[in-house]
Ligand binder design. Structure first.
Ligand code: NAD
Ligand code: TYD
Length: 361
């Protein structure tokens, strides 16, 4: 039975990935989820898996060498899937250090521990051990407004925010391990994800939550920045396919072929909420465009991200399966069914975060 060590599995993409993997492999794999449980980590996301005897959770910081090494010593890990990171651009602008700490130093610890556990005396690696580093398209910088350019695996790195700079640094570290030691790894650079369990600091869940509560919908700048949105389950599937079918040492870009301006996203959410809420629901009266509020732009705001996922399609046959129209309905339906989840994550610290982040906007 193959054993996976998943870092950051209590976060948005990590928890969707773990659900995807158990749905696909059920009892044929074992997953150990290591997570520090920062504000973004939530064990509620994995509650339905707690009773499985092929799933376990370890609360630890990926920067804690001893704790991570202990996991490798006590378990014969076959796959590492490394999600754990500080992941929000706005937070990185306010407080960059923790991004360097977790995203760069934490990745160094993960690499070192996996290398120590998997390396043979002759400097080669035990058979069939693989490390997958989950990264972002934001490392490539920003594209011009017109639709003529895309990010490819060969696009030079040009990160602008402290978040993307820290992710770019972590990618470079992984590349250095592959080049120097022939360390068995892959890197994936994915576009913006959306779907169940996403923390409402990111655009889509924030807009859904604010609209349902009749709160203003803050649009940064002119609202015409473009992101390439991918349904999170498609990302989970791509990660598994890259790890099993991809060529070691390669980078694969993962994207939705779904570029949209932020303001378009907001209109789609408003219309979909109107469509999905039952007749007579009071919220239908206030969910409309009057909630849209243009606010001060994000500092250094990247204009456009867009991935051409040609390589992953040709090499391993992955493509984005979920159309945005369908994905956003699934996402909104999930939020309707998980009002308690939203209430829990938006109580306490979230209120402070929201007031602080949006007070001058
Ligand atoms: P998230 O913020 O929802 O989750 C991050 C998880 O990592 C949380 O569970 C948190 O508790 C954990 N974590 C943070 N610091 C840790 C530490 N020091 N030690 C152990 N655990 C720690 O993030 P996400 O959106 O799920 O992103 C996961 C990964 O995917 C990140 O590496 C991110 O850069 C990458 N990514 C995200 C997107 C996106 O659209 N969200 C797109 C492309 C790539
Ligand atoms: P976000 O979800 O933070 O992802 P990223 O910055 O990593 O792409 O933001 C997506 C886009 O939405 C980005 O252009 C910034 C914009 N945005 C707003 O206009 N208002 C908001 O309140 C937030 C959180 C984001």
């Amino acid at each position: 039975m193959r054993t996976y060590l998943v870092t950051g599995g209590a976060g948005f993409i990590g928890s969707n990935y773990i659900h995807y993997m158990f749905k696909k492999y059920d009892k044929d794999i074992r997953i150990i989820n290591v997570d520090k449980l920062t504000y973004a980590g939530n064990l509620e996301n994995l509650k339905d898996l707690e009773d499985r005897d092929n799933y376990s959770f370890v609360k630890a910081d990926i920067c804690d060498k001893e704790a991570i090494m202990k996991i490798f010593e006590e378990n014969d890990i076959d796959r590492v899937v490394h999600f754990a990171a500080e992941s929000h651009v706005d937070r990185s602008i306010k407080n960059p250090e923790v991004f360097v700490q977790t995203n760069v130093l934490g990745t160094a610890v993960m690499l070192n521990c996996a290398k120590a556990a998997w390396e043979l005396p002759d400097g080669t690696f035990k058979e069939d051990k693989k490390f997958l580093h989950v990264s972002t398209d934001e490392v490539y910088g920003s594209l011009p407004d017109d639709d003529s350019a895309f990010f490819y695996e060969t696009t030079p790195y040009d990160p602008h925010s402290p978040y993307s700079a820290s992710k770019a640094s972590s990618d470079m570290l992984v590349k250095s391990y592959m080049d120097t030691y022939k360390f068995p790894a892959n890197i994936t650079n994915c576009s913006n994800n959306y779907g169940p369990y996403q923390f409402p600091e990111k655009l889509i869940p924030l807009i859904i939550n604010n609209a349902l509560n009749g709160k203003k919908l803050p649009v940064y700048g002119d609202g015409k920045n473009v992101r390439d949105w991918l349904f999170v389950e498609d990302h989970a599937k791509a990660i598994d396919m890259v790890q099993e079918q991809g060529k070691l040492f390669e980078t694969y870009n993962i994207g939705g072929h779904n570029e949209k301006q932020n303001i378009e996203i907001i209109h789609i959410i408003l219309n979909t909420l109107q469509e999905m809420l039952p007749d007579g629901d009071k919220r239908k009266e206030y969910i409309n465009e009057s909630l849209i509020t243009y606010v001060e732009d994000r500092k250094g705001h990247d204009r456009r991200y867009a991935i051409a996922p040609d390589k992953i399609k040709e090499a391993i046959g992955w493509y984005p399966e979920t159309m945005f129209k369908e994905g956003i309905k699934k996402t909104i339906a999930w939020f309707f069914e998980h009002e308690e989840w939203m209430k829990n994550v938006t109580s306490g610290d979230y209120q402070k975060y929201y007031e602080d982040m949006y007070k001058d906007r």
